[in-house]
Write a protein that binds this ligand. Structure first.
Ligand code: FE2
Length: 424
């Protein structure tokens, strides 16, 4: 290892309280965090289930004032995030609690950021799309309570947003965006439809696989200052532990959680897997499948999912990620064959495939089929003519592609996307 290489990685994670009934501690946790007036961030679908009202009641029982914001969009935009930030400023809150999927948690992260350090949302968006401005000091406390088992957003430093005008998805990432505390309560996922469980579970699997198969942290150049150290550090011994365990749980429980919503054990382990994968990828990072997922989800999709109540066509995040995963990991195989083999074995749940470059893609395709995932990009509404635009969109995610275990250029992405049109 030469002198110019990074020698340091950071261990950082949201404190997590996990278990059936854990959400009953929400009021106690908010009080512990010193919050007097809290903005509860949720979305209309979750609000209709009554969960946010239960959390609000627990907060009020502790003498905390609650203002509820239930307008989180499934795909947050600059406008929807600004709207949430304005709401926070207007109501002079000193803390946040998010109750919902990744988008509610992400909306709370950005509302907290912009209310704490006022600036246009775009200033904070990752370059080259935005200016990559960094918040000068920590934000207000944020308690995250996920109600799906997928994004792991409760443990990460990232918020994802849609920029329809530029036809691109991008993100804001900074360590201060990481929630102060998470409560992960498997009982909150009981009502998730099978398709949502499948999509979010496949997202979990990709978070863990991409992290485990990311560029080792000590192959990055050493940064000039600690400030320049990226939130996505690349694979490291601590992230590996979390990612490997999440892969094992995903291989063992995802099929069961999808097949039977009342399988409380499987749902519980998938929710734990989501959080564990969140810790892994919040440290190591995700790369090619997530880079491709941005344009796949963001470019005028024609896909109408069945399990989601929203009446507009959109590609669930987990499906947009998984469709390119088999081809992406076929491409990265030669950068770290042993690690690819390990991921395939963990996901295969006791029946390891024959080793080789096609082992992991094969295991992933089987899992996708078993949980009813779309068979490829074509099924999501894209044709061969769309390939150049999809490649362009993936190339915009340089922050993620930099974490891939080998250099990935335009031709490589074209090959991966073309091969992902139909996975079987
Ligand atoms: Fe994801």
């Amino acid at each position: 290892m030469g002198e110019a290489h990074e020698t340091i990685f950071t261990m950082e994670a949201t404190p997590v309280k996990y278990g059936a009934g854990a959400s009953q501690d929400a009021g106690w946790e908010l009080k512990r965090l010193g919050i007097k007036r809290v903005m509860l961030v949720t979305d209309p679908r979750v609000a209709a289930l009554g969960l946010p009202e239960q959390i609000a009641r627990l907060a009020r029982n502790e003498g905390i004032e609650v203002v509820t914001y239930d307008r989180s969009r499934v795909e947050p935009t600059l406008e929807s995030l600004q709207d949430a930030a304005d709401f926070a400023t207007e109501h002079e809150v000193n803390g946040f609690v998010s109750v919902g999927g990744g988008t509610s948690i992400d909306t709370a992260k950005v509302a907290n950021l912009v209310a704490s350090h006022p600036a246009p949302v775009m200033d904070y968006v990752n370059p080259p799309v935005g200016k990559g401005r960094k918040p000068p000091s920590p934000l207000a406390p944020h308690l995250a309570i996920p109600t799906t088992s997928g994004t792991g957003s409760e443990t990460t430093t990232v918020a994802v947003l849609d920029i329809p005008d530029l036809r691109v998805k991008s993100g804001i990432s900074h360590r201060y965006l990481r929630p102060t505390q998470a409560i992960v309560d498997p009982e909150l996922t009981r009502t998730l439809p099978a398709e949502v469980t499948a999509a979010t579970g496949l997202d979990v699997v990709c978070h863990a696989a991409e992290s485990f198969l990311s560029r080792p942290f000590d192959t990055r150049p050493r940064p000039d200052s600690p400030e320049d150290r990226p939130p996505y550090q690349g694979s490291n011994p601590v992230a590996d532990v979390w990612s490997a365990k999440a892969l094992e749980l995903g291989g063992r429980y995802l099929r069961r959680a999808v097949a039977n919503g009342d399988d409380v054990e499987a749902r519980g382990f998938m929710m734990l897997a989501a959080t564990m994968a969140g810790v892994g990828f919040g440290s190591a990072g995700v790369h090619i499948p997530h880079s491709c997922a941005y344009p796949v989800a963001g470019l005028a999709p024609r896909y109408q999912p069945h399990g989601y109540p929203d009446d507009h066509p959109f590609v669930p995040h987990g499906f947009s990620v998984i469709v390119t995963a088999p081809a992406a990991f076929r491409f990265t195989y030669d950068a770290m064959p042993e690690r690819h083999r390990h991921v395939a074995d963990l996901l295969a749940d006791g029946s390891p495939p024959a080793p080789g470059p096609d082992a992991l893609p094969g295991v992933l395709r089987r899992l996708m089929r078993d949980v009813g995932a779309p068979g490829g990009i074509a099924e999501l509404g894209y044709g061969e003519d769309d390939i150049p635009t999809l490649v362009d969109g993936a190339l915009k995610q340089q922050r993620l592609l930099a974490v891939a275990p080998k250099e990935v250029g335009e031709d490589d992405l074209r090959h991966i996307i073309a091969a992902s049109m139909r996975n079987w």
